[in-house]
Design a protein around this ligand. Structure first.
Ligand SMILES: Nc1ncnc2c1ncn2[C@@H]1O[C@H](COP(=O)(O)OP(=O)(O)OP(=O)(O)O)[C@@H](O)[C@H]1O
Length: 258
């Protein structure tokens, strides 16, 4: 039996104290298996970003466990913590977070230097990723000279350059138009299918979520529903319809969820 890449056990994150307390995460448990493409959906304020930030070790949970490859991430220190943040997870942000004064290629190669990998070693992967993500033409451009879609695909290449165990994506289509959102989703789904890249993606967008193999819906800090795409026969369109149906079932209708 395969071992989970990521295990989340009874995770809690409470902000503030007593009467001002917000229970952003109130006991969340799930696992991510190698090669999974897991989506997390939920209303604004349901705790999605808090969850990703706990996994990325940006914020410290109030209670519970996060294990990456069986290792408790809260126990990581020094170079092990730096390796975890920079090499084991690849982070894709809603607003790209590229460095404006570096070219596309320099942005993508930046993690190599930080983690002691030579450019020569990274160049082959750079070429493959650039070709696959269709960003070869912007390698020498600065972010201000790229379209939103190109910027996000450059950011995706940067997240992937060190071959992380898992990609954490926080609303990656949030700043993209429909066409560019679709291109990005198809590219991520292709990496997941062909290279078994493991992805955990937070999204509001049911269309983006329909590319996932499984979706967890969170509300008020707990998981209240799970959908799994039926393989091999369910089309993405059929899965999308089921996602919409889950949202329609929720009190207040889909507007409440989205
Ligand atoms: N630093 C903080 N201090 C206090 N409360 C916080 C803090 N960060 C988040 N919260 C609260 O925790 C809850 C969950 O926030 P979180 O950002 O995780 O939600 P989200 O599902 O990602 O929302 P969105 O979709 O709007 O980004 C919200 O009620 C929010 O107000």
């Amino acid at each position: 039996m395969k071992q989970a890449i990521l295990e989340i056990e009874s995770l809690r994150k409470y902000y503030g104290r007593q009467e001002n307390q917000t229970k952003a995460l109130d006991g969340i448990s799930f696992t991510v298996m190698p090669g999974e493409y897991l989506g997390i959906m939920g209303a604004s304020g349901s705790g999605k970003s808090t969850l990703l930030n706990c996994i990325a070790t940006v914020i410290r949970p109030t209670a519970g466990h996060i294990l990456m490859d069986g290792v408790e991430v809260s126990a990581l220190k020094g170079s092990k913590l730096a390796d975890y943040r920079g090499k084991e997870i690849g982070y894709l942000f809603q607003n790209f977070e590229l460095l404006d004064n570096l070219t596309g290629q320099e942005n993508i190669l930046l993690p190599l230097g930080i983690h002691g990998v030579t450019e020569k070693e990274g160049n082959k992967r750079l070429r493959e990723l650039a070709e696959y993500l269709e960003i070869t033409g912007v390698m020498n451009k600065f972010p201000s000279q790229m379209s939103g879609g190109q910027k996000q695909r450059v950011a995706a290449a940067r997240a992937l350059i060190l071959n992380p165990q898992i990609i954490l994506a926080d609303e990656p289509t949030g700043a993209l138009d429909t066409k560019n959102a679709r291109v990005l989703m198809e590219k991520l789904a292709g990496l997941n299918r062909m290279q078994q890249t493991t992805i955990l993606m937070v999204t509001h967008d049911s269309n983006a979520a329909s590319y996932c193999s499984r979706i967890l819906f969170i509300q008020d800090g707990v998981i209240f529903h799970e959908l799994r795409r039926k393989v091999p026969n369910e089309t993405r369109e059929q899965f999308y319809e089921r996602i919409l149906a889950v949202m329609a079932q929720l009190g207040g209708g889909s507007a409440n969820v989205l």
